[in-house]
Design a protein around this ligand. Structure first.
Ligand code: CAA
Length: 282
């Protein structure tokens, strides 16, 4: 697998992180985005991320340069035709992902098409692909270079060989794969995002400030960061979208999104990426 390139679709936060980890693990990478400026920003972020590792003497300058050389950016999806695996990390819009999977599956006879979707149905995505047995979920966690987990999600159609090859890739990236069924939110987000939603209810009800909620969960439950600081890191729009997927997928009112969360998204308070969420960022 290491000779043929690995494709990454989408140069946002997750796509950048995935491309960085692939390149530093020795894989030639083709990073695709339809927007040239998104690719430039991604290259800058990866450059900066690797620069920090060099400054901390965790990576040599030679290894950094070699990793950057393995990374090619493109705005042409056809450039991914010879990839062994393509990891899709586009925005969480079902129609967009379905179009990408349809197009990607026509580019190559044998590529594995993996999606980094945080909660959408892999079975539905696989259904639009030419070879649905080669579609699988490969869900990374933010920040990708730091967090060790990859959820491997098996669609109804996914073959054993596809699962085994994606688990081997996760291992080659220094990650630990955990198999999860194709159920809304998979494992991590089904647990994590309702907790964030409940934290938003605490704030909405005036029961605690965001600072108090976060301090409480850091010190009382040993979380590395509080749920609302985490919501700001993930993006409040992403958290809201995941709650909506859980609510629709299970039809259970316990997954109702907190109205405060919805209002903040409507106001454009999306967390770190917009400079303001439950906390302020300069
Ligand atoms: N990229 C690369 N490296 C990073 C990084 C980034 N964005 N952020 C932090 N790091 C590195 C730092 O350089 C540092 O490395 P060293 O130990 O070598 O110095 C290390 O990670 C620790 O960072 P810090 O000391 O700055 O800060 P910290 O110890 O407070 O850790 C954190 C920061 C890693 C973000 C930690 O707070 C954490 O793990 N938080 C929880 C994150 C989490 O739960 N993510 C999952 C979100 S859910 C998701 O992603 C799925 C989805 O579908 C929505």
């Amino acid at each position: 697998m290491s000779q043929r390139p690995i494709g990454v679709v989408g140069a946002g936060t997750m796509g950048q992180g995935i491309a960085q980890v692939l390149a530093t693990s020795g894989f030639p990478v083709r990073l695709y985005d339809m927007a040239e400026d998104a690719l430039e920003r991604a290259r800058g972020a990866i450059d900066k991320g690797l620069g920090k590792l060099v400054a901390k003497e965790k990576m040599s300058e030679g290894d950094r340069d070699a990793a950057l050389e393995r990374l090619a950016a493109t705005t042409a999806l056809e450039d991914l035709a010879d990839c062994a695996v393509v990891i899709e990390a586009a925005p969480e819009q079902p129609e967009l992902k379905e179009r990408l999977f349809r197009d990607l599956s026509r580019l190559s006879e044998d590529a594995i098409l993996a999606s980094n979707t945080s909660s959408l149905s892999l079975t539905r995505l696989a259904a639009v692909a030419e070879r649905p047995e080669r579609v699988v979920g490969m869900h990374f966690f933010n920040p990708v270079p730091v967090l060790k987990l990859v959820e491997v999600i098996r669609a109804e159609q996914t073959s054993d060989d596809t699962v085994a090859r994606i688990e081997a890739l996760a291992e080659a990236l220094g990650k630990t794969a955990v198999r999860v069924g194709d159920s809304p939110g998979f494992a991590v987000n089904r647990l994590l995002v309702p907790m964030i939603n409940e934290a938003a209810f605490l704030v909405q009800e005036g029961a605690a400030t965001p600072e108090a909620v976060d301090r409480a969960m850091k010190l009382g439950a040993a979380h590395p960061m509080g749920p609302l600081a985490l919501a700001d890191l993930i993006g409040l729009d992403v958290c809201l979208a995941i709650m909506e997927v859980l609510q629709e997928g299970f039809g259970d009112p316990k997954y109702r999104p907190c109205p405060l969360l919805r209002r903040m998204v409507d106001a454009g308070y999306l967390g770190r990426k917009s400079g303001r969420g439950f906390h302020a960022y300069s």
